[in-house]
Design a protein around this ligand. Structure first.
Ligand code: LLP
Length: 463
């Protein structure tokens, strides 16, 4: 249906000129497989199912709001990344996107490594049995206690983020009598085309050590001079939700350049480079993510080419996808509450969650899609804003979308592609209870992170 054919179209003229949305899909009942987890489909009654289970049953058993994660999709994506990069490279899943014991076990079973960036993530990884040598420890301000735990556990690598940290890690490793494997995180000076808050390779920000002005070369010099550190490579992460490979190519080129300088100055060929994570996923039908295979080929081609021209042995490549693995595998299920049509503007659809289970819309202006999932509908599309139940007008889950005009309180709607950075950034704002994560696979659903309870809230409140 075209916009002008939309019954509410003319009344929405002002909003339409400033909106970020496109025309409603021809049929709102059709699920765009780009944004939904792989086993998601509609059953004969029109209800959405995941892993063979209908959402009404899931809502009844687990309540709403809740995140439902398609375990077989998660595992398939792990395998796709591992296969794409092959045995000559390493894939580290970025745990910050979403981490739980079950996830750690899946990663092990599917042959992935894990990137952690806090003591809490490290504890979860070790507790679920991830071998320490398969863990990379990140962070721009790791505490002494965190570094000590990482060194004691024997993590495979610590990614050094500052001059002070070189000394800190060296000191702790020496006092534990170990030689710690480390990488140095550099900022390559690339402007990634993404939101400012999730771009990390330009120089004016807190991460890494700049390649510019010879800072990174100096960090290499200092690290090589310390016996308790074994410098295994250089790390670069340019940002998140990136589709354009050009930034990665510039980053790879500059990192290889540094490897060549290191070889010339020290006679040492560092064996590894890590190109970080950051690959974009489809949040709406307009996003076109790349397949792991294309990404692996593009990255390994550029590294090989640059190394050949610098006459360097090609280093082992590692990458750290978080969002690209877990993001598409989950959706958030909400129950519709109050529906408020605002004449000449749009209809506000309130759900039983909000910015406490998905802060990304408020924080990054992130775009999401949404669908009516408890049934199909032949009603006309209506322009909606899906909002939460928090005391804040910025509490928006989906800024602009279309839902059927017969939407009613009690309907279930779902927001796809919420597997990454939604549960992991969830809050207790307004004393909201953080929703559970339920893994669904082959007709079975099980809670992997349970819903918070009011007792949990009161237990922390010890005043
Ligand atoms: N490696 C490093 C060193 C990172 O800092 C990150 C993300 C990743 C890998 C994984 O990036 P991914 O493949 O998931 O894009 N909260 C923001 C994203 C912040 C990402 C921080 N670092 C969001 O919701 O978009």
């Amino acid at each position: 249906m075209s916009r002008s054919a939309h019954p509410a179209g003319p009344r929405h003229a002002d909003v339409m000129t400033e909106g970020h949305y496109s025309a409603p899909a021809a049929d709102l009942n059709v699920l765009d497989e780009k944004v939904w987890a792989r086993t998601v489909t509609r059953d004969a009654d029109g209800a959405l199912t995941v892993g063979g289970i209908a959402v009404a049953r899931l809502a009844e058993e687990f309540g709403t709001p809740a995140y439902f994660l398609d375990e077989s999709d998660f595992r398939a994506r792990c395998r796709a990344w591992a296969d794409a990069f092959g045995p000559g490279a390493d894939v580290f899943y970025a745990g910050k996107a979403f981490l739980s014991r079950a996830v750690v076990r899946w990663l092990q079973e599917e042959g992935l490594n894990l990137d952690v960036c806090s003591g809490g993530e490290l504890t979860t990884a070790l507790d679920a049995g991830m071998p320490a040598e398969r863990i990379a420890f990140h962070g721009n301000n790791k505490t002494v206690a965190e570094i000590e735990r990482a060194v004691e556990a024997g993590v495979g690598r610590i990614v050094l983020d500052s001059f002070q940290e070189i000394v800190r890690v060296a000191h702790i490793a020496r006092s534990h009598g170990v030689r710690q494997r480390v990488q140095i995180r550099v900022t390559v000076g690339v402007e990634a085309h993404t939101h400012e808050f999730i771009a990390t390779a330009h120089e004016d920000q807190k991460f890494g050590i700049a390649l510019a002005d010879g800072q990174a070369a100096e960090a290499v010099r200092r690290t090589l001079a310390l016996d308790s550190l074994e410098l295994i490579g250089i790390h670069s992460h340019i940002g998140s939700q990136i589709f354009d490979m050009a930034g990665f190519e510039v980053s790879a080129r500059r990192v290889v350049q540094l490897l060549a300088e290191v070889r010339d100055e020290h006679g040492v060929e560092l064996p590894e480079i890590d190109l970080g994570g950051g690959l974009g996923i489809a949040y709406t039908s307009e996003d076109d993510p790349r397949e792991p295979h294309d990404i692996a080929k593009a990255l390994s081609d550029i590294v090989t080419r640059e190394c050949e021209s610098a006459k360097l042995r090609t280093p082992r490549i590692s990458v750290e996808p978080g969002r690209a693995i877990v993001g598409p595998t989950a959706f958030t299920l909400y129950e519709v509450g109050t529906i408020k049509p605002l004449e000449g503007l749009r209809t506000y659809v309130s759900v039983d969650g909000g910015m406490s289970d998905n802060i990304r819309t408020a924080l990054y202006d992130a775009e999401y899609s949404v669908a009516l999932v408890s049934r199909t509908s032949e009603a006309e599309p209506m322009l909606v804003r899906v909002v939460g139940k928090h005391c804040e007008s910025g509490d928006i889950v989906v800024k602009d979308a279309f839902l059927p005009a017969d939407l009613a309180p009690g309907d279930l709607i779902a927001v796809p592609a919420t597997g990454a950075y939604c549960r992991s950034m969830a809050s207790n704002y307004n004393h909201a209870l953080r929703p559970p994560v339920v893994a669904v696979r082959d007709g079975e659903a099980r809670v992997i992170v349970r819903r918070e309870t009011e007792e949990d809230l009161l237990r922390l409140d010890v005043g």
